[in-house]
Design a protein around this ligand. Structure first.
Ligand SMILES: *[C@@H]1O[C@H](CO)[C@@H](O)[C@H](O)[C@H]1NC(C)=O
Ligand SMILES: *[C@@H]1O[C@H](CO)[C@@H](O)[C@H](O)[C@H]1NC(C)=O
Ligand SMILES: *[C@@H]1O[C@H](CO)[C@@H](O)[C@H](O)[C@H]1NC(C)=O
Ligand SMILES: *[C@@H]1O[C@H](CO)[C@@H](O)[C@H](O)[C@H]1NC(C)=O
Ligand SMILES: *[C@@H]1O[C@H](CO)[C@@H](O)[C@H](O)[C@H]1NC(C)=O
Ligand SMILES: *[C@@H]1O[C@H](CO)[C@@H](O)[C@H](O)[C@H]1NC(C)=O
Length: 630
């Protein structure tokens, strides 16, 4: 009897216990989250796996855990995973499941923000540029082309992530739908409803879905939807009482949540370096946690906009985000604990047990010193290498999107239609140079045009001379109503009285070439650099950093260089622009360096390299030096 009774009860108990163990929900009675049936408050920090080298993910997550956080908040940038429509990339640096696994092993829960739009100061707010193939597409709305693409992507992504939901044995406790949708002009509830249906279909009825919006009524009206828990975001300049009162008006019951509490801020090229005072951050964190609010600190570890992944803002003009996403966050760009981190940890200690043991120290940095680079060649002379497939011919200029070359650089070539013995204006009448064009005639550099800033420059030459324009995409707008940000030459150019036509358009596959070993592997014989006045124009330089037996983090400074892009051992570190600032050095993760083999440095300088040709590897960053605009 006894035995049978015990057996009969056991499975029921196990199910019940299991059910209680793995649940995450909102308790409207007690105004809190419930984890495994118990009230739960999260103290979370943002980290973006796409901004930190994979080899450092574990280190950064461990430091976040040691700071006393119990969760991390993570964006999934769609365009990082589906660069080409229908081709999904989840390997290596894009292995989001490995990241979730590391967070879980570290003891961190995850607040997932899969977009589809994420803002994040990321290229096009995370949307793939191929969406722009449809010139009439209304992004972030119920536009049918847009919805179809979103549905296809979410079917792939959310199916992959469903097993990682907390109630399914993983560590994802909640999932954000869209991102600050209320600040977008469209205010399209059909779009939000479509997303709600998709997320419910692929993730189930149990998962906590939420929205995040800025702290105004308008934003909360357009950004919230029944069935999606409404949270807000705000920084140290906001009155907490007022802000949470506003959240309460839209969400009368449930936990108070600040989904983005700003620990720092971003920089644009030409801006003053941004910072937020440690004391303000720690005081306000204390106040919010005292109210029982769940808080996510944005950012906790900012990282780097490697390659071409920076976004841009468009207010009165186009302003591109710098390469560093240090963000003045508690963990620096290189993952080092700062005073801000220690102050935050001291606050968290008042609310929950912080793991025992010391905070891991800053990682060692190395000042490897100077390396002299040699010129490989100018872009016009390297086209056979950089564009092996050859140019596309077109009467009118084509955009990057039409060329399906979404990022980086293209070269537009035509000829001068007549003799121009006097300086003659080359004009972009519709402000259609997105974003910068480096202009040469018969290989001789003539100058630069820039969106919103320099729409006219003078050109001289003879009929039939070759006019080359290297056009740079400086990152697509990530916020506001100008996110349909086409790149390249968006319209005809006028030279004197002539409309320029009959272009040869070259997509520059410089990243592909460098990843395969060029130019070091090519055995290039470097000619001496001819002196030239007023700039030399786009050219490639290369050199090697001799191995020292160490592969420590370092920072590369391009003193005297003007603007361009740097690669180390095939990896694109991002843009440099010391003339504008404030960023003066680029972060070089030690994991990219070889301790034993010469390290290959390649620089694409777009305007003017210094005579000395040197770059410097330093042991500390310089992010705070804005120069007068040139
Ligand atoms: C997460 O970590 C816990 C504790 O280490 C482990 O029991 C669980 O299997 C992990 N979950 C996944 C999905 O790896
Ligand atoms: C915030 O606003 C509340 C209510 O208006 C006010 O009582 C309080 O003093 C304000 N707090 C701060 C820090 O200004
Ligand atoms: C930048 O440097 C200047 C001069 O050293 C300093 O006064 C300023 O506080 C710094 N700004 C930030 C945001 O660190
Ligand atoms: C550019 O490179 C080509 C090929 O090496 C060379 O013929 C040409 O003179 C170079 N132009 C300039 C301005 O250096
Ligand atoms: C172009 O040249 C003309 C004539 O020399 C000069 O007046 C004008 O300022 C120049 N324009 C620019 C944009 O340099
Ligand atoms: C640098 O390039 C050379 C030539 O392609 C290659 O043999 C070497 O392995 C590269 N160095 C590193 C550290 O990748």
């Amino acid at each position: 009897m006894l035995a049978v009774g015990a057996l009969a009860v056991l499975p029921l108990c196990a199910v019940a216990v299991w059910g209680i163990e793995r649940s995450f929900s909102i308790d409207p009675e007690r105004n809190c989250f419930l984890k495994d049936g118990e009230p739960f408050q999260y103290v979370s920090g943002s980290i973006h796996y796409s901004r930190v080298p994979r080899s450092y993910w574990r280190d950064r997550l461990n430091k976040m855990y040691m700071s006393g956080l119990n969760a991390v908040q993570v964006y999934v940038p769609w365009n990082f995973h589906e660069q080409v429509q229908g081709v999904y990339e989840f390997d290596g640096e894009r292995d989001v499941e490995y990241f979730l696994n590391l967070a879980n092993q570290t003891g961190l829960l995850v607040i997932l923000r899969p977009g589809p739009y994420i803002c994040a100061e990321w290229e096009m707010g995370g949307l793939p540029a191929w969406l722009l193939h449809n010139p009439n597409i209304i992004l972030r709305s119920a536009d049918s082309d847009y919805l179809q693409a979103v549905s296809n992507w979410m079917a792939v992504l959310l199916t992959k992530l469903r097993p990682w939901l907390y109630q399914n044995g993983g560590n994802i406790i909640s999932v954000q739908v869209e991102n600050e949708y209320g600040s977008y002009f469209a205010c399209d509830y059909n779009y939000l409803r479509h997303l709600r249906t998709l997320f419910r279909f692929f993730l189930g009825e149990d998962v906590v879905l939420f929205t995040t919006d800025g702290n105004t009524d308008k934003e909360l009206v357009c950004g919230t939807l029944e069935g999606l828990y409404a949270t807000i975001d705000f920084g140290t300049d906001t009155n907490i009482t007022t802000a949470f009162r506003r959240q309460r008006r839209f969400e009368p019951k449930g936990p108070l949540v600040n989904s983005e509490f700003y620990t720092g801020w971003l920089d644009h090229w030409g801006d003053k370096h941004a910072a937020v005072e440690t004391q303000k951050v720690s005081r306000m964190l204390e106040d919010m946690l005292s109210l029982g609010a769940s808080v996510n600190m944005y950012m906790f570890e900012g990282g780097t906009n490697f390659g071409y992944w920076n976004g841009a803002d468009y207010d009165s003009r186009f302003r591109s985000v710098v390469t560093s996403y240090d963000y003045n966050a508690p963990l620096s760009e290189a993952g080092d604990p700062t005073d801000k981190l220690l102050a935050i940890r001291d606050v968290i200690k008042h609310f929950r047990d912080v793991p025992v043991g010391p905070m891991p120290p800053a990682s060692p940095k190395m000042a490897y010193g100077f390396v002299t680079l040699k010129k490989v060649g100018n872009i016009s002379g390297l086209l056979d290498t950089l564009c092996p497939q050859g140019p596309v011919q077109s009467h009118h200029p084509l955009t990057f999107e039409e060329m399906k070359h979404y990022y980086g650089f293209m070269l537009y070539r035509t000829v001068l239609p007549r003799n121009l013995p006097e300086p003659t204006p080359l004009i972009s009448p519709m402000n259609g140079i997105h974003d910068r064009a480096y202009v040469s005639v018969n290989g001789v550099y003539q100058g630069m045009m820039e969106r919103d800033v320099t729409l006219v420059m003078n050109v001289t030459g003879r009929a039939g001379d070759q006019l080359d324009m290297v056009v740079e995409n400086m990152g697509r707008v990530n916020f506001g109503n100008k996110i349909n940000d086409y790149k390249g030459l968006l319209g005809n150019l006028i030279l004197g009285n002539d409309v320029l036509t009959d272009w040869l358009i070259f997509s520059l596959d410089i990243d592909v070439m460098i990843a395969t070993g060029w130019p070091q592997a090519g055995g290039v014989d470097v000619p001496p650099e001819p002196k030239s006045e007023g700039g030399r124009g786009p050219a490639v330089y290369s050199g090697t950093l001799q191995p020292t037996g160490l592969a420590w983090d370092t920072f590369i400074k391009l003193n005297g260089w003007t603007k361009g892009q740097v690669w180390i051992n095939g990896v694109n570190l991002g843009r440099y622009w010391p003339q504008r600032g404030p960023q003066q050095t680029l972060y070089v993760p030690g994991s990219l360096l070889s301790p034993t083999v010469p390290n290959n440095i390649t620089v694409l300088e777009l305007e003017n390299a210094p005579e000395h040709g040197r770059v410097l590897f330093m042991d500390r960053p310089q992010l705070n030096n804005t120069r007068a605009q040139s």
